[in-house]
Design a binder for this molecule. Structure first.
Ligand code: ATP
Ligand code: MG
Length: 556
């Protein structure tokens, strides 16, 4: 791994403490973790936290980490999501151990374990409808009531489960429930459903199954089948740990000290975005973004298209750490990670986002000079690139004012010299405007004796601005991104779709150096003084996505 912190020793969080203790007690010979996404959407940066945690633990302890698709819900899942998840995990820099696992491949086993529970009189088929089930369940303050089906003899339950499996009942007519405790203070222990009837076609098993296991039932058994030692999940499953343990302790095959144990950590929540696949799906479905990989999305594919590197995301996950405290993470932390990475690796180039023409009046007409510019000013090994200079150039509109507004102004003004980056010192003389008063052309002179050196008469030139030579310049589209939402925590709001930032994407047309013709998609560049950009991977034309500004100026 090439991230900044990977050479340091990993921080000992509570999960590593647990593992160290378990290994010291000889509870496990080695560590087995897994990343278990439900294939119902693209992965987002929250998933990256879980991926980095699970895979890094396996790496650091010489253990193994599986990729398992938790595909027990036939309705919202899709093969395209499976493919995107696989490629995102690999892009992040991880490889799962052995074959990819699917919970759906364990369907026959789940069924056998359900039979085992019925045989132990620990599960029963219940015909209460949804409304009745809710009433019987009770509330946080009041105990629930036993279902009238709770004491059905096991032989009958076995027959009923078989009929459920054969499709003899309609959807919702009955469920298989665990027989635990209707007065438990944990609602999830009040005889939770283990199996429900669904007639939908499943992407892996087709129409073979009419009953599907509930998440809680399938999840712990899948972990146990795969020999997972430390089952890591987010805090919202804390209560469900009781059910997780109950199921495994009541199945002969798994009721051993080295069975999986669940540990919960806090989710990553990022400011100014939403982090649930369901909400992200809504943005896609309602065409509020261009797709799952829209560069404004917090998805891994969106961040990647935006120009984020895998190393920067791993570094970010390292920085935020693992704990049990729920919080919102400042977007600035993520942006600092990508800036740190790109500052070191991104080749430098010049682009003008809002161009105005500048004419160097004392430069010979028809002449073009080829100049050498470093690809990275702090890294000579990256070599040099060719840039051009002639009588006609482009500079950015923001880099010229008729009169310098104050002493600190380090750009071009009439009778105020600046250096053109990698080229000569120039001095503005006059300018043209259009009917609306917008500046169209600036006229200047250059000092031929200032290429790569200060003026010989000791004049101090304070400002440096960037430029692109006009005759060889390429037109390019720039997509400038900002926060997707206007609120820090839009997900809390039911109408989160109405909180989108109307300026989250601003498209402009400008000019880039000719060397950018061959810019590779996703390759990051620093457009000097403008920010970090990468070429868009989904467009043929020269389109550059702004990854992040050079400095944190947000909100200022
Ligand atoms: P979502 O609500 O976005 O659908 P999920 O938890 O339902 O998230 P899964 O596909 O079930 O998504 O998640 C796979 C793994 O990633 C789980 O172990 C889950 O705990 C973890 N995970 C999901 N979101 C986050 C997050 N924001 N921070 C850390 N881990 C997460
Ligand atoms: Mg989910």
């Amino acid at each position: 791994m090439s991230n900044n912190t990977s050479n340091d020793k990993p921080v000992i969080n509570f999960i590593r403490h647990q593992i160290n203790g378990d290994l010291a007690l000889n509870l496990h010979k080695s560590i087995q973790t897994r990343f278990p996404p439900e294939p119902n959407g693209y992965l987002h940066i929250g998933h990256a936290k879980s991926i980095c945690l699970n895979f890094a633990l396996a790496q650091d302890y010489n253990g193994k980490c599986n990729l398992r698709f938790d595909d027990t819900n036939p309705v919202k899942e899709d093969l395209a999501f499976i493919e995107s998840i696989k490629s995102d995990v690999q892009w992040l820099g991880f490889n799962w151990d052995g074959e990819i696992r699917y919970s759906s491949h364990y369907f026959p086993k789940f069924y056998d374990y359900a039979i085992e529970l019925i045989n132990k009189e620990l599960a029963y088929v219940c015909f209460l409808n949804a409304e009745e089930t809710r009433t019987y369940r009770g509330t946080l303050k009041e105990a629930g009531k036993d279902s009238p089906y709770r004491n059905t003899p096991k032989a009958e339950n076995l027959a009923l489960l078989a009929q459920m499996k054969e499709g003899k009942f309609s959807e919702g007519e009955c469920v298989l429930r665990a027989k635990i405790d209707m007065s438990s203070s944990f609602m999830c222990m009040r005889d939770p459903a283990l199996y429900r009837i669904r007639f939908d076609k499943h992407h892996q098993t087709g129409n073979e199954w009419r009953i599907y296991p509930m998440y809680d039932f399938a999840h712990c058994i899948s972990d146990a089948i795969e020999g997972v030692t430390h089952s890591l999940c987010t805090l919202e499953f804390q209560d469900n740990r009781r059910l997780y343990d109950w199921i495994l302790e009541n199945l002969d095959e798994f009721n051993k000290p080295n069975r999986p144990h669940q540990y919960e950590f806090s989710r990553l929540n990022l400011e100014y975005t939403v982090m649930s696949k369901r909400k992200l799906q809504q943005l896609v479905a309602h065409n509020l973004v261009s797709g799952w990989d829209d560069p404004r999305m917090p998805t891994l594919s969106g961040l990647r298209r935006r120009g984020y590197t895998a190393a920067s995301i791993r570094d970010f996950v390292d920085k935020i750490g693992i704990s049990k405290v729920d919080s919102m993470t400042d977007m600035a932390i993520l942006e600092a990670s990508i800036r740190d990475d790109l500052n070191v690796i991104a080749p430098r180039t010049m682009g003008v986002i809002d161009p105005i023409k500048i004419i160097i009046e004392n430069y010979p007409e028809g002449k073009i000079e080829t100049l050498q510019a470093p690809i990275h000013p702090q890294n000579e090994d990256m070599g040099k690139r060719e840039i051009f200079f002639s009588r006609e150039l482009y500079i950015d509109r923001a880099d010229f004012e008729e009169i310098a507004p104050n002493k600190k102004f380090k750009r071009l003004a009439i009778d105020k010299e600046v250096r053109l980056r990698n080229a000569y010192v120039i001095n503005a003389t006059t300018f043209d405007t259009d009917f609306d008063g917008n500046i169209t052309t600036v006229y200047a002179t250059y000092d031929p004796d200032t290429l790569g050196k200060n003026p010989t008469d000791g004049r101090k030139i304070k400002g440096v601005i960037h430029f692109v030579e006009a005759s060889k310049a390429l037109r390019a589209e720039f997509r400038l991104y900002d926060r997707l939402f206007t609120l820090e925590n839009p997900g809390k709001n039911d109408h989160f779709e109405q909180l989108l930032n109307p300026e989250s994407l601003v498209t402009t047309y400008g000019i880039v150096e000719p060397s950018m013709q061959d810019a590779k998609p996703e390759q990051a560049y620093q457009f000097e003084r403008e920010g970090y950009f990468c070429r868009d991977s989904q467009t043929e034309n020269l389109v550059f996505n702004k990854t992040v500004s050079l400095r944190d100026t947000w909100g200022k």
